[in-house]
Design a protein around this ligand. Structure first.
Ligand SMILES: Nc1ncnc2c1ncn2[C@@H]1O[C@H](COP(=O)(O)OP(=O)(O)OP(=O)(O)O)[C@@H](O)[C@H]1O
Length: 292
């Protein structure tokens, strides 16, 4: 994984009150990271520090990409914008000094990826909160970005708007963007984020990945002739360990997704493999080995 920005021992206080204490974290390319925590836990402060909008009292921010270009979208969404998306984005882009031709191409691209072409000429003041949120993100993306920082992008949106925005953020990630966002509720993020960082008492800790693939995988140990090719199995398995028992037989320990387990077992039987053990990966290793 390529790190794009790394924070080392970041601390911040306001009027003598410590908000962040010795926080270290990395943001990787093509990842969506969520910062979760209670009101006032320091999420926005940390976002602003990552985005270069606030300075830490101590610590180092190391940009691993020399041309790291960060877009920042604050929590507050302005409600009274009388322009249409086309007008608003065009004005904002012009203020940022983007050339006309480049700007129009970029607006077209953004309207497409945010699925907003039909609303191009409707006044933003008439938009739903979700659509306004999209406009704010598009504004932050008028310039090419590597990293997008979103403060509470999903808050106040109804379920449909949340899911719509999640889809958009997922396509932005697929197009190469990294995203750091804050959120109160982890359940909103289930299908979206790669990592969740919890901020509490000025410290950041990483929770188990929300995708929790560990719990949906099995570990299989089998013995198979050394002459047999494993090529057919490779799409399903991740090899953890492999050793020769003698010249003819090798033993493998592999993990396989729950849904691929039957296919794997069937393929192993066709290959005259001997299945020694099958257990969910969330069983402790010691328990696993005592089954021999
Ligand atoms: N500019 C500031 N001046 C003084 N205190 C500040 C400032 N910015 C934030 N704080 C304080 O720092 C603490 C952390 O604030 P921050 O906004 O980072 O938390 P948060 O987790 O984003 O909260 P919320 O979920 O309510 O948005 C709070 O106690 C807040 O009052």
């Amino acid at each position: 994984m390529n790190t794009i920005i790394e924070l080392q021992n970041i601390s911040k206080q306001y009027k003598g009150k410590k908000v962040l204490e010795n926080i270290s974290l990395s943001v990787y390319a093509h990842q969506i990271v969520a910062l979760v925590g209670k009101n006032g836990s320091g999420k926005s402060t940390l976002l602003k520090i990552i985005g270069g909008l606030a300075h830490p009292d101590a610590g180092v921010i190391d940009k691993h990409l020399p041309s790291l270009n960060i877009g920042y979208v604050p929590e507050v969404t302005p409600s009274q914008i009388l322009f249409t998306p086309q007008e608003y984005l065009y004005h904002m882009g012009t203020i940022s000094g983007i050339s006309r031709k480049q700007l129009q191409q970029r607006i077209d691209y953004l309207l497409t990826i945010f699925n907003m072409q039909e609303a191009r000429h409707t006044r933003i003041v008439h938009f739903s909160k979700g659509m306004k949120q999209k406009i704010m993100i598009m504004q932050a993306m008028l310039e090419e970005r590597n990293l997008l920082i979103l403060d509470e992008p999903l808050s106040g949106l109804d379920a449909k708007a949340q899911s719509d925005l999640e889809d958009t953020l997922a396509s932005l990630k697929d197009n190469g963007l990294s995203i750091v966002l804050t959120c109160h509720e982890t359940k909103l993020l289930k299908n979206l984020v790669d990592r969740v960082l919890v901020i509490q008492n000025g410290q950041v800790s990483q929770t188990n990945p929300l995708h929790d693939t560990e719990n949906h995988q099995n570990r299989v140990i089998f013995e198979i002739s050394s002459q047999k090719s494993l090529e057919e199995l490779l799409p399903f398995i991740e090899i953890q360990q492999q050793r020769s028992l003698n010249n003819d037989i090798k033993e493998l320990i592999v993990t396989v997704k729950q849904e691929d387990t039957n296919t794997l077992l069937l393929a192993l039987l066709h290959q005259n493999a001997s299945i020694k053990q099958l257990l969910p990966t969330n069983q402790k290793k010691e328990e696993f080995y005592t089954h021999f």
